[in-house]
Design a protein around this ligand. Structure first.
Ligand code: HEC
Length: 139
């Protein structure tokens, strides 16, 4: 009997664990769906649909070494970026406009999408992590 109860408790614990994970995964999928839409409307003009960039004008996001520093990417989306930068060994020097119309949540969704699509990330970039970063680089 005790063994049976133990078994049931363990089973319930496992079911709970699995459903927690899938809640997180459902949230991530929602971020990605929104992120695709937001990317198309706010970024693809310059960086193109597949994130490949445009000649020497707009740097690629797909496979970009710039993605290693996620804080910098989060801040650059809201506040833009000026001055020369090097992406995957190539120089670029055109201003990227600030995007003050994007909310913290929308930036989190875009970041979740671009890191999933072009940096192989499997985790969500939650808005709860994005807001304090945006506070730090407030301009
Ligand atoms: C008007 C064109 C334009 C738009 C729109 C734009 N960018 Fe950019 N982006 C640039 C340019 C130009 C640079 C390089 C800036 C420099 O040379 O200092 C850049 C740099 C970047 C970088 C760092 C370098 C790299 O390629 O990894 C990232 C990441 C990035 N943009 C993401 C985005 C995202 C996400 C959006 C949409 C929210 C966006 N950009 C919208 C033009 C644009």
């Amino acid at each position: 009997m005790i063994r049976l109860i133990g078994f049931l408790v363990a089973g319930l614990f496992l079911i709970n664990l699995l459903s927690c994970q899938s809640d997180e995964e459902i949230k991530r999928q929602r971020y990605i769906t929104e992120g695709i839409f937001l990317y198309k409307n706010n970024c693809a003009n310059c960086h193109q649909n597949k994130g490949e960039g445009l000649a020497a004008l707009y740097p690629p996001i797909a496979g970009s070494d710039y993605l290693k520093d996620k804080k910098r990417v989060i801040c650059l989306i809201r506040y833009g970026q000026k001055g020369p930068i090097v992406v995957n060994g190539k120089p670029y020097n055109r201003p990227m406009p600030a995007q003050p119309q994007l909310s913290d949540l929308e930036i989190a969704e875009i970041v979740t999408y671009i890191y999933k699509e072009w940096a192989g990330e499997t985790k969500i970039t939650d808005v709860k992590a994005v807001t304090p970063i945006l506070e730090q680089c407030k301009q």
